[in-house]
Ligand binder design. Sequence first.
Ligand code: TYD
Length: 200
Amino acid sequence: MFITFEGIDGSGKSTQIQLLKEYFHHKGLSCYVFREPGGTVISEEIRKILLEGGDEMNPVTELLLFSSARSQLISQEVLPLIRKGEIVMLDRFYDSTVAYQGYGRQSVSLQDIHQLNTIASHHTVPDVTFYLKLPPNVAADRTETQEKDRMERAGESFFKRVAEGFDNLSKQEERFKTIDAHKPVEQIHQQIVNLIESML
Ligand code: TYD
């Protein structure tokens, strides 16, 4: 089973991924978690360039680097595990590229982004995508005290467009399960577990 988590920075994805991982372990099921960009030596190197690099990065370069990191992770780790029937969870996947590089940066057409996503993912499609939905201003308050990486420095209007991108995806993609990220952590976890149990 291939599960992905999406949402803007500060939406609480990491907490929910951790809780779901514990849930699988309690059930005696192994599961594998990776973050994007990252998860392999090559992809973590690309992550450093993407998040710690200077603000001069060209938006198309950015798009291609996220896609390169993804191609390596999917081919090296995710696909072999899925083929063995394992449960794989990803903290972000190509929907982030649609939202951040497509809607946020607006550098390349959405059609081109979708095409690139198909290539970079080696045609891999998640079974389910949990979208933790939070208004950008609430998410910004949550992350206010943290040090900002290159993406997080993009500004308010950028994050509004990113959120709109995720909202549109949730209307277009049946695999998207939208969750109100305002709710208490435990309640969100239960909602996710209920959906997973209906799929197992
Ligand atoms: P990360 O620290 O993992 O953010 P978070 O904890 O919120 O998931 O950094 C990943 C950043 O990269 C985040 O700001 C979203 C951005 N991103 C893109 O712009 N495009 C992408 O395709 C992916 C996977 C991430």
